[in-house]
Design a protein around this ligand. Structure first.
Ligand code: PSU
Ligand code: MN
Length: 308
């Protein structure tokens, strides 16, 4: 019988055993969210940003059916460069494992695996959410329903305006997913600093996020995630006109090409990267590196204060 248990990289296993800070990282961003060949370089930079801030990176993904927490460099390279790497949400994990597949984990799958491994902080770029026209298509990312039952802090730059941002925030409220702005009361729009909606709460330091996690664990009332929304500084955001134009074109192309389902998000991301001739990629990379840094500082703060 094949052993389907989740595997841990050596460094991650030791850090978890010793109670040292660990930050989970997703692989869909690498395989499907960023263009090649930059994706592998950026994947390594993200891990380095976590290390530089004093935590151990645990990139999560599936190689040959083996689900791993803490991919080594050869595995990371394979998921960044191989053809046919599947995009895995939570429901796909068992099917892909049984098929012996290579797969990249989404925010949903990464959160679920990380929480099961005892990791409390996860850094990504943007969350999946409610798609525009979801009222007809029912296209809502399983990121949201998974975060509703997964106790982890997710550091992100909000959601991209390829989604219905307002509906995504409403669904997070309904589902019991906590949201705090990092030094802001406005929900960020990924490429742009301000996504157009207010937030009820903000925090100012990694220690404050650690305190939220400690209170949540002590109350033990629910298993929902905490989204820590970390906006880009205004002077680093994508030019707003370029952003709005690219978005309008991307949505029109989606319609023209009849793209649906799990292909929608990667299609729109690829459109942004090619249509802005690298400008959105540079912004995207800065976002991820900033989030990795903040997540690591939160993990360091949490390792000092939280037991559960
Ligand atoms: N949003 C981004 N970049 C990404 C993704 C979302 O700005 O790379 C990826 C994440 O892995 C997220 C997934 O979990 O897309 C959501 O896909 P879907 O909408 O099919 O659930
Ligand atoms: Mn979808």
């Amino acid at each position: 019988m094949t052993d389907f248990h989740i595997q841990h990289g050596n460094e991650v296993a030791e850090a978890l055993r010793d109670g040292r800070p660990v930050v989970a990282l997703e692989s869909t961003i690498v395989s499907h969210g960023l263009p090649r060949p930059d994706n592998l370089r950026v994947a390594r930079q993200i891990e380095q940003a976590v290390r530089d801030a004093g935590a151990v990176p645990a990139t999560i993904g599936m190689v040959g059916g083996r689900l791993a927490v803490g991919l080594d460099d050869a595995e990371l390279t394979r998921l960044a460069t191989a053809d046919g790497v599947a995009k895995l949400s939570v429901r796909d994990l068992a099917v892909a494992a049984a098929a012996g597949a290579d797969g990249a984990t989404t925010v949903a799958a990464t959160s679920a695996v990380a929480a099961a491994a005892g990791i409390r902080v996860f850094a990504t770029g943007g969350l999946g959410g409610v798609h525009r026209e979801a009222a007809q298509s029912f296209d809502e990312s399983a990121d949201l329903t998974t975060l509703a039952r997964t106790p982890i802090a997710v550091v992100c730059a909000g959601v991209k305006s390829i989604l219905d941002v307002g509906a995504t925030l409403e669904r997070m409220e309904t589902l019991g997913v906590g949201v705090v702005g990092y030094r802001t009361r406005r929900f960020p729009g990924f490429f742009v600093t301000d996504g157009g909606f207010d937030l009820d709460w903000s925090v100012d330091s990694p220690e404050q996020v650690a305190a939220v996690l400690a209170a949540r664990a002590a109350h033990d009332l629910h298993d929902g995630a905490l989204v820590v929304a970390n906006p880009l500084p205004v002077d680093e955001q994508l030019d707003r006109d370029l952003h709005d134009r690219t978005l309008a074109d991307g949505l029109a192309l989606l319609d023209r090409d009849g793209v649906t389902g799990k292909a929608v998000t990667p299609y729109l991301l690829a459109h942004f990267h090619s249509a802005t001739e690298g400008a959105s990629l540079a912004v995207n990379v800065r976002i991820i590196l900033r989030n990795a840094d903040l997540a690591a500082r939160i993990a360091v703060a949490a390792a000092g204060t939280v037991a559960g």
